[in-house]
Design a protein around this ligand. Structure first.
Ligand SMILES: *Cc1c(COP(=O)(O)O)cnc(C)c1O
Length: 460
């Protein structure tokens, strides 16, 4: 068999069960529908398929990549680490990369005692378990419920789904879940005429306050995606909301879990999104950009107070959670190399210009008569496109791909979240592909074409 796109596509359809996908909508080898894209190499913002076609990764491969694919410094760190130590269990053992990474994350966040998992969802599970166990150790075992935001997303393992409010991902598993309560989102788009985003935030915080008044005695924690609810469709809110949540958590003795899995590591302009509100959470969940998009790794950081509640001669009061690959040395080295890049490149300052430049390049999209609520924060850009196509996102993604860009709208929200290293010329190409894809998709709406075109679930 030759190494063609069709070969890999067909073998993949036989052997691989793809994530977030109704497999039937990809078709069969004999009757392909929306084709899988076999990627064999990547460099910078570019992904390359088995036949040499290149695609600009406009969404950083599900929001994980920061400094471009195959970055030489991260690769060199990984090669160096492979020559020393591949892996060792972290119970009873330790190693330089995990120690250094934990020290550096503590310095960056003001929280410490780094506990590691492998994915974002496992970080959510760790934070929820730690919070409830803290209250149990503090003699308040009744504080074991969670509250989350409407439209929030914190991962899809059974525990994480309990605090995730995206019905498409949750409905089938409802009988397995212990659902958290949800409170209204501070979504800035909800501002009525004359209302500011800050006033929307205040109103949402008032609703949280009413909820906590009634339920704080049984509530362990609230979990929040600071500044942007990404999976909900790049839903942005005013930092005032986080200040109010912090104050309410203090008042009602409830933990604040900041899920920075998507918004951490500079996406919103600051290293961590909650820093724009000047607050300190009780727990921070990190993953995605943590390794620069190279290896799976997640971390939960917390306060000395939480840590001390577990510190005891009694084993059962300890946090006994574990994953086999906890603190994997290779993943930690990739994370250290990524943190080095933040220091060496001054990327957060550079991103101020890159964001302005991209926003200018996206102006034709922003000014498009069908676009509502054009918005950006840091290196996240989004546009709502109300329309009649039930499969708008799939169609748009296919048209963008045909124009050399990976862009996958969430519902009717088009967004871009490119790697930070995107050049001006690449930005122009991305903006052009986005506009072209929008026009082509809206032309199909006018033509009333009914057929769904891809296997990917509309919405991620
Ligand atoms: C992606 C994401 C997660 C889940 O991370 P996985 O690595 O996909 O399990 C959790 N929270 C937020 C905010 C995310 O964006």
């Amino acid at each position: 068999m030759t190494d063609t796109n069709a070969t890999w596509r067909n073998r993949s359809l036989q052997a691989v069960w793809h994530p977030c996908t109704q497999m039937k909508l990809h078709g069969t080898p004999d009757s392909p529908r929306q084709p899988l894209v076999p990627i064999v190499r990547a460099d910078g913002v570019w992904l390359e398929d088995a036949e040499g076609q290149r695609y600009l990764d406009g969404i950083s491969s599900w929001w994980v990549n920061l400094f471009g694919h195959n970055h030489p410094a991260i690769r060199a760190a990984l090669v160096d680490q492979l020559e020393r130590l591949d892996h060792v269990m972290l119970a009873g053992f330790t190693h330089p990369p995990v120690v250094e990474l934990s020290e550096r994350l503590a310095k960056l966040t003001g929280l410490g005692h780094a506990f590691y998992g492998s994915d974002g969802a496992s970080a959510t599970e760790i934070a929820l378990k730690m919070s409830a166990h803290y209250w149990r150790n503090a003699g308040r075992a009744e504080k074991c419920q969670f509250v989350a935001l409407e439209g929030g997303y914190h991962g899809e393992t059974v525990g994480a789904l309990g605090v995730t409010d995206i019905p498409l991902f949750r409905t089938a598993y409802a009988p397995l879940l212990r659902l958290a309560a949800t409170v209204p989102s501070p979504d800035a788009r909800r501002a009525t005429t004359g209302q500011t985003a800050e006033q929307v935030a205040e109103a949402a915080a008032d609703q949280l306050e009413a909820w906590l008044q009634a339920h704080h005695q049984t509530t362990a924690a609230i979990i929040v995606e600071p500044l942007i609810q990404c999976a909900a469709g790049m839903v942005m809110h005013h930092p005032r909301y986080l200040q109010r949540v912090r104050a309410l958590c203090d008042q009602y003795e409830v933990h604040l879990v900041a899920d920075e899995i998507a918004v951490g590591f500079g996406r919103t302009g600051t290293m961590f999104a909650h820093q724009q509100a000047g607050i300190r959470p009780d727990f921070i969940c990190l993953s995605k950009g943590l390794t620069g998009g190279t290896l799976p790794l997640s971390a939960v950081l917390t306060t000395d107070t939480v840590y001390q509640a577990f510190y005891d001669e009694d084993v059962a009061r300890g946090f006994l959670h574990s994953h086999s690959y906890t603190g994997n040395p290779l993943a930690c080295r990739a994370a250290l190399a990524t943190l080095d890049l933040f220091e060496q490149t001054g990327i957060l300052e550079k991103n101020v210009q890159t964001s302005d430049q991209l926003w200018a390049q996206f102006a034709p999209l922003t000014d498009h008569p069908r676009v509502h609520h054009a918005r950006r924060l840091g290196m996240v850009f989004a546009w709502d496109v109300p329309n009649r196509l039930p499969d708008f996102a799939k169609r748009f993604a296919a048209h963008a791909l045909a124009r050399g860009a990976v862009l996958r709208p969430i519902g009717h929200t088009v967004y871009a979240m490119p790697p930070y290293v995107i050049s001006e010329a690449e930005g122009a190409l991305l903006a052009q592909a986005a506009l072209g894809a929008l026009e082509a998709t809206l032309a199909e709406e006018s033509a009333g074409r009914p057929q769904s075109t891809t296997g990917v679930v509309d919405g991620v």
